[in-house]
Design a binder for this molecule. Structure first.
Ligand code: M1P
Length: 239
């Protein structure tokens, strides 16, 4: 048997947007006859915002919050919690207070997820257009990179990943997507594992999982640029 693992944003859906109907019509029939997991930085509630319920139900499992949770059949079957560092939270508050971003800020800027924190200066509650504005501004001004550098120096036991477009994922070292590789290998000691993600390269938020898998036998990592690439790969596999 082959076990398939998919990143969500940029791989199965456009970033932070719902899965398209066209994609679903081809993907769901395939999914129903295969063993497949999701490996995402998002938490389970956001998976529910982006994937239709019948697609969620057809997955064998959903690893959320960087692999710190696993949902199966709609139930949380595994979780790894962390204690949130008070100094770190204080630093994040200061980044938000002192940002040079010239436009409106929104709520939910420190999102505590199981096993990790997602920090976004603009705030996760921003509408899509504001998200695009911040993304463009950050590309020019490097705010997230600067925060990442400062935090790496101050908290060497943590990873700070610019996983998506407006935020940083903060995780204690070893508690990122790489743990999914070991969890799956325990569940499926002899099966081939294929992982598909849009950021499997060094510095990307799929890299930790891709790298860990590459150190194991009987695995394959597929770098894709978008959901269409996923369908093309799956079609070739079937042939
Ligand atoms: O899945 C990629 C990332 O998607 C979101 O990032 P952003 O909102 O910055 O585009 C977040 O859910 C993040 O945790 C996740 O890694």
């Amino acid at each position: 048997m082959t076990i398939y693992v998919f990143d969500m944003d940029g791989t199965l859906t456009p970033a932070r947007l719902p899965m398209t109907e066209e994609f679903k019509s081809e993907f769901l029939p395939w999914l129903k006859s295969h063993t497949a997991f999701i490996a995402t930085g998002s938490d389970y509630s956001k998976v529910g915002e982006q994937l239709p319920q019948d697609v969620i139900d057809a997955f064998t499992g959903i690893y959320g919050s960087m692999g710190n949770t696993l949902h199966q059949n709609g139930k949380l079957v595994y979780k790894k919690e962390i204690e949130y560092d008070a100094d770190m939270l204080n630093d994040l508050e200061n980044f938000r207070k002192n940002t040079k971003y010239p436009n409106q800020l929104f709520g939910n800027y420190i999102e505590k997820r199981i096993g990790m924190i997602n920090f976004s200066v603009i705030g996760r509650d921003c509408p899509y257009l504001e998200r695009e504005k911040y993304t463009a501004w950050d590309k020019e001004n490097g705010e997230r990179k600067a925060i990442q550098q400062y935090m790496y120096n101050k908290y060497p036991d943590y990873d700070f990943e610019c996983g998506g477009n407006i935020s940083l994922d903060i995780i204690p070292k070893g508690c990122g997507k790489s743990q999914i590789a070991h969890h799956l290998r325990k569940l499926y000691p002899d099966d081939k594992i294929i992982f598909m993600g849009d950021r499997t390269y060094e510095g990307g938020n799929d890299y930790a999982l891709a790298h860990e898998l590459s150190l194991m036998e009987n695995t394959q990592v597929v770098q894709v640029e978008n959901p269409n690439d996923v369908l093309s790969f799956l079609k070739c596999e079937v042939r």
